[in-house]
Design a protein around this ligand. Sequence first.
Ligand SMILES: [Zn+2]
Length: 154
Amino acid sequence: MPTDEKRSDVKKSELTDRPNKRRPGAQAGGLSVADSRPRVVDGFLRGARCTRCAHALSQTDVPWCPVCFGQIEPAGFSPSGSVWAATTVRMPVGRWRPPFALAYVDVDNGPRVLVHVAAEPAPHAGDRVVFDSDEAGDLVAHNATTAVTERVSR
Ligand SMILES: [Zn+2]
């Protein structure tokens, strides 16, 4: 079996000979992986809405409504809503350094999305948040000063 010198530094799964699926595809020498994170573009959360049952989605590349299999059409949602649940994460994850917090936010008249929020104090269910996409593609609440400061200062 020929050895690829360029890929010898690629971390392999401990269980198989394949590249670890948790690593970014193209950065690890593998295939590029689609980024499915929701995005705020031109002031609107990009998504879709079912034309039959009005179910809101934060993805744009879904072939049909996951609730009723109806046709969907592109939609934009105001990037604000109410916290459904939140938690403070106390371990590093990727570029994020602890403590940082995540909240599921019920977008006003839209889908539920995962948003980085201030860690100290973490928001409570029902708190209002306004968010945007950061330069790396994560949704970050504007009032997430703790989380953003922690990330930038390290
Ligand atoms: Zn539907």
